[in-house]
Design a protein around this ligand. Sequence first.
Ligand code: MN
Length: 320
Amino acid sequence: MSHVVLKVKNNEIQKMRQYYQTNIIDKVPPGGIFTAKTNNCTITAYKSGKVLFQGAGSAQEAGIWGHSEAASKGSTNISKRVAVKKDAGKVDLPANIGNLSLVGSDEVGTGDYFGPITVVAAYVKKENIPLLKELGVKDSKNLNDEKIIEIAKQIKEIVPYSLLTLHNEKYNTLQKSGMTQGKMKALLHNKAIGNVLKKITPEKPEAILIDQFAKKDVYYGHLRGQREIQRENVYFSTKAESIHLAVAAASILARYAFVRHFETLSVKAGFTLPKGAGAGVDKAAARLIHEKGVGALPTFAKVHFANTQKALGIAAKIRD
Ligand code: MN
């Protein structure tokens, strides 16, 4: 199993404990301070100051803290590029990626029946990383909407970014024409990144990190034929919002935009629309169909989702 060991100061361990607080598990080995488990990495901090990262995501995860002196097995120098060999080539990120001046991009709304897709690319300079941490920028999945809005309003002023919103009508038109959601996302990410690069020019980021929704070759396959394709220093990783705060910031800004559009849609609907794509969504869609007619759906929803058929079934019963 791949692993990385970092030697860090005590205050850094406290920072890590805070950072991983939602991932901390009860089981701590002898001499350990805490153990945390993410999807693809187990992090154990020891009283000795050593922090062990184990699992497929170890290089990525250690990269967040990677400015520290490395002491891996065979004393791997993690200030050099770390490739995780066992992980089917998924990860090949600069080990210090968490500390670079970086453009990150992420999207929101792809799995929600109601509401648009929002994509944001954001540029975070390395000198702004401590400030963003201070403002509470972290993985948006661990933040509620209220907190997202609060943080977004603050970072909007600090971080150059590009927000693209794909409203439902357009989405449905593209989808009907045969475009996959994957391609839509690729086009949006590429465009948002290009916009940010223009915004910050002549400055250039040290790297670009896309929260991975498709493998690199699939992503670039989607972009074939586009006039401007961003390729230079572009990296892909899942869970990228925990690798660099630029992705976390992008994610927060995208969610902020999504939440605001969602509120507008709820006002239009006349009742609060639910997020996601579960049974509550079927019922809400049925109510929309009942009150506004099926023709209103494309304004509110991604109509090719299975929710539409279920909603039509429920709406038919309301009518009877
Ligand atoms: Mn994402």
